[in-house]
Design a protein around this ligand. Structure first.
Ligand code: NAD
Length: 299
């Protein structure tokens, strides 16, 4: 079968023929139809210091996918050949395949956005990458009043606007304080969703929170990050780290929100054939994309 392989400890990925996995008694074999390129895959492609110390080579990469079960092990009684499934064993029905291919990052967005109640609250999202944009859309869907998102990348700010945020702002051009004033906000944001991993963005967020504000942090900083702890203490802020998704509560919420009208499809800006993977990584590294998916159905 074809796969993208991190064959050597250097930048790049290689499309190779690899042996099909053997199905153990508790396993299912999935014929992958579409995949998403995750930011983590980009780290692995670039072979930055995180990837070099974390990823053993050789390795077949990729973890965002949708596909069809083609074989089940002898112990498996609740899954069947022909079922369409996404990551984490979630059986999807009536959900668009493009969306199912990005259930993993959508799960990160939902987990973070719903970490604190947002109904009627003002929400600040720092980082309009695909996950930040999806989290902003989730916050709106869940009844937030204002959802303000920041990024330094005009392409992504435009994408966030298309997804229906209240304001998408480049903090290098206009301060978040100014945006608050324009919206008639008095006390700062009730909920912050940190989705950039960028220290400046996080400090901007801290400076714009209301007293008693709550921050959920998904963005992964590249290194240690100094902040003014006085702000945290005297504004009585709560900061909560977020990792991955909650099994399976996040998945139920994701499915219900999609079924009740949340549309995250615009965040997929490029649908490419698997053989065009180099272009997919290129647009992601240039920041000229939302989520990129690869189609493996034509093999
Ligand atoms: N905790 C977890 O389980 C988990 C899982 C997946 C991803 N992540 C992390 O979540 C974050 C979001 O993922 P993504 O795929 O959307 O990432 P991404 O890298 O595509 O998006 C991050 C965005 O932050 C923006 N940014 C940079 N500096 C900024 C600043 N000063 N102000 C505002 N925005 C700024 C970038 O332009 C970019 O658009 C990343 O840091 C990723 O590593 C964490």
């Amino acid at each position: 079968m074809k796969a993208l392989v991190k064959r050597r400890a250097e930048p790049g990925l290689w499309l190779e023929n690899v042996p099909e996995p053997k199905v153990g008694i508790n396993d299912v074999l999935i014929r992958v139809h579409k995949t998403g390129i995750c930011g983590t895959d980009v780290h692995i492609y670039k072979w930055d210091s995180w990837a070099a110390k974390t990823i053993p080579v050789p390795m077949v990469i990729g973890h965002e996918f949708v596909g069809e079960i083609v074989e089940v092990g002898s112990n498996v009684s609740d899954f069947f050949p022909g079922q369409i499934v996404s990551g984490e064993g979630h059986v999807v029905c009536a959900i668009d395949k493009d969306v199912a291919a990005i259930f993993d990052p959508f799960g990160n967005a939902v987990h973070t956005a719903l970490s604190f109640p947002v109904l009627g609250e003002d929400v600040l999202v720092t980082g309009a990458g695909p996950i930040g944009i999806m989290a902003a859309a989730v916050a709106r869907h869940a009844g937030a009043r204002f959802v303000v998102i920041t990024d330094v990348n005009p392409f992504r700010l435009e994408l966030a606007r298309k997804m229906g945020v209240t304001v998408a702002v480049n903090p290098q051009e206009k301060s978040i304080q100014e945006v608050q004033k324009e919206l008639g906000m008095q006390e700062g944001f009730d909920v912050g969703l940190e989705m950039s991993g960028n220290a400046r963005a996080f400090r901007d967020m801290l400076a714009n929170m209301a007293h008693g504000g709550k921050i959920a942090m998904l963005g992964i900083p590249a290194e240690e990050m100094a902040i003014d702890w006085n702000t945290v203490i005297f504004s009585m802020l709560t900061i909560k780290g977020i990792y991955g998704r909650e099994m399976y509560e996040t998945w139920y919420k994701m499915t219900v929100m999609l079924e009740s009208g949340l549309d995250i499809k615009p965040v997929i800006t490029h649908r490419l054939n698997y053989a065009e993977y180099e272009r997919g990584f290129e647009v992601m590294m240039e920041g000229q994309s939302g989520r990129v998916t690869l189609d493996w159905e034509t093999i």
